[in-house]
Design a protein around this ligand. Structure first.
Ligand code: ZN
Ligand code: ZN
Ligand code: ZN
Length: 388
C-alpha cells in the first residue's frame, strides 16, 4: 500500500545538514497511483525520479513545480535548470516543500453506484438505476491533478484517490444518462444501448476530468441494473422483435392460448382478441389509446443507437446525427442482427450468436388458415386464432 515510507528516509525527519535521498521504491509503487512523501523535502536532499513517474512539489495549497524526467536530482545542483525551477521557491525560512510522486501509466479501476440514479421515464415514472463498470485512466496533467483533484478533495493516499475517482466516474455516467434521456433515451432502451452509452460517457469524460488533470481512456463492462418490472418490459420487447410481431398481435396470440386453456366464459376467437387488447392496455407499460397506432414501431425501436457526440438517440442506420450532424460510425452495422438473448450484434445472415450461441433465425410456421407467419412452437395463429 501507499503511504509506506521509503527505507531511506529516517522515521524522524532526518538531518537537515546531511543529504537524504527520496525515491519511490518499486514495492510500494506497484498498483499505486500516488505517494505523498511523509516528510518535507529540503535543500541538500536528493530526489530520484524514474520512468513513468513524476515528482510534484507542493506548498501553501499549490504546485510549485514538478520533475518528470528520470534522473537523480541533487537539490544543491544550481546548474540544472529543472532544479533551479524548484530552488527559486526555497527562499527565506520556507526552504522546504511537500512531495507527491504520481504514476504516469494507465491504471485500471472499477466503479459502482452507492446511491442510485433516479431516471425519469415517460412510461415507468421514476426508476432507480445503479451502474457498474470498469475504466482505464491516467494522470495527464500532474499540476492540475495535485492542485485540483488531490488538493481540492484533500486526498492523501492512493485509496482515497481511487475512491474519489469512482465517485467521479459514477457522476460522469449519471450526467451522460441525463443527457441521453433528454435526447430521447428511454429506460427500456438501456440494455440494447450499453455499448453506445459507454461511447457517450467516454466522449463526455474530458468535460469533467480535464480540470482534474485526468484522462479517461476506456470504459468497459458497463452494467446498468434495471428494476424487475422494467426488465420484464425489455424482455417482452426483444421477444417481439424476434417474432416480428407487434405488441397487440402478441397479446392477442397469448389470449388465444389462455382462452383455449380456459374455455369457460370465453365465447370464441373474437372474445379472445378482446381480452388480449384489454390485457395489453391494462398492463401498465402500455399504451394509452393514442399510442396504439404507432405502437408496433414504438415497441420495436430497439434498432436505435446513440450519437457518440451529443447522445441523441437515432435510428440504427443513420449515417449522420440528425441532432448535431456528427458522422455516425456504426452505420456500417446497418442490417446487423442483434442477439435477442445477449444483445451482441452480428453481420446480416449470421445464424447463431457468436457470443452465446442463441439462434438468430427464428423458425417460422405459416398459419394454414390465413397464411400469417409466427414462430415455430406458437400454438395458435396470433392473427386469426386458428390452431397451428
Ligand atoms: Zn449527435
Ligand atoms: Zn447472444
Ligand atoms: Zn392465421
Amino acid at each position: 500500500m501507499i503511504g509506506k515510507k521509503s527505507k531511506i528516509i529516517p522515521d524522524k525527519g532526518g538531518s537537515v545538514l546531511g543529504s537524504i535521498t527520496i525515491a519511490w521504491e518499486t514495492q510500494f509503487k506497484e498498483g499505486n497511483i500516488m505517494w505523498k512523501v511523509p516528510r518535507l523535502i529540503r535543500l541538500n536532499d536528493n530526489i530520484v525520479v524514474r520512468e513513468d513517474e513524476t515528482a510534484v512539489f507542493y506548498r501553501d495549497g499549490k504546485v510549485l513545480t514538478y520533475f518528470d524526467q528520470p534522473n537523480r536530482y541533487a537539490l544543491t545542483d544550481f546548474n540544472a535548470p529543472v532544479v533551479q525551477g524548484l530552488l527559486k521557491f526555497f527562499t527565506g525560512v520556507q526552504q522546504q516543500a511537500e512531495v507527491y510522486y504520481i504514476q504516469r501509466r494507465y491504471l485500471d479501476g472499477k466503479f459502482g453506484s452507492t446511491e442510485p440514479y433516479q431516471f425519469t421515464d415517460p412510461t415507468f415514472g421514476i426508476v432507480s438505476l445503479k451502474v457498474y463498470g470498469e475504466y482505464r485512466w491516467k494522470i495527464s496533467n500532474p499540476e492540475n491533478f495535485i492542485n485540483q483533484f488531490v488538493g481540492t478533495f484533500n486526498l492523501e493516499t492512493t485509496d482515497q484517490v481511487e475512491d474519489r475517482m469512482k465517485d467521479q466516474m459514477v457522476i460522469l455516467i449519471y450526467n451522460a444518462l441525463g443527457k441521453m434521456k433528454e435526447k430521447g433515451l428511454k429506460v427500456t432502451d438501456i440494455p440494447a444501448n450499453l455499448l453506445n452509452i459507454e461511447q457517450v460517457v467516454l466522449a463526455e469524460a474530458p468535460d469533467q476530468f480535464q480540470q482534474y488533470g485526468v484522462e479517461i481512456n476506456k470504459i468497459s463492462g458497463l452494467n446498468i441494473n434495471l428494476p424487475d418490472e422494467v426488465q420484464k418490459a425489455v424482455d417482452k420487447r426483444s421477444e417481439m422483435s424476434v417474432l416480428g410481431v407487434n405488441y397487440l398481435q402478441l397479446q392477442a396470440g397469448k389470449a388465444m392460448v389462455d382462452a383455449a386453456k380456459n374455455p369457460t366464459g370465453v365465447a370464441g376467437a373474437g372474445a379472445g382478441i378482446g381480452i388480449g387488447l384489454g390485457a395489453g392496455a391494462g398492463m401498465g407499460y402500455a399504451m394509452g389509446g393514442q399510442m396504439m397506432g404507432g405502437m408496433s414501431g414504438g415497441l420495436q425501436q430497439q434498432q436505435t443507437k446513440a450519437c457518440p457526440k451529443c447522445g441523441a438517440i437515432v435510428p440504427i442506420n443513420s449515417t449522420f446525427c440528425p441532432n448535431c450532424g456528427a458522422p455516425l460510425q456504426g452505420a456500417q452495422n446497418q442490417g446487423a442482427i442483434k442477439c435477442p438473448k445477449c444483445g451482441t450484434e452480428s453481420p446480416p445472415g449470421t445464424k447463431f450468436c457468436p457470443n452465446c450461441g442463441t439462434s438468430l433465425v427464428p423458425q417460422m410456421t405459416k398459419c394454414p388458415s390465413c397464411g400469417f407467419e409466427s414462430p415455430a412452437g406458437t400454438k395458435f395463429c396470433p392473427n386469426c386464432g386458428a390452431k397451428l
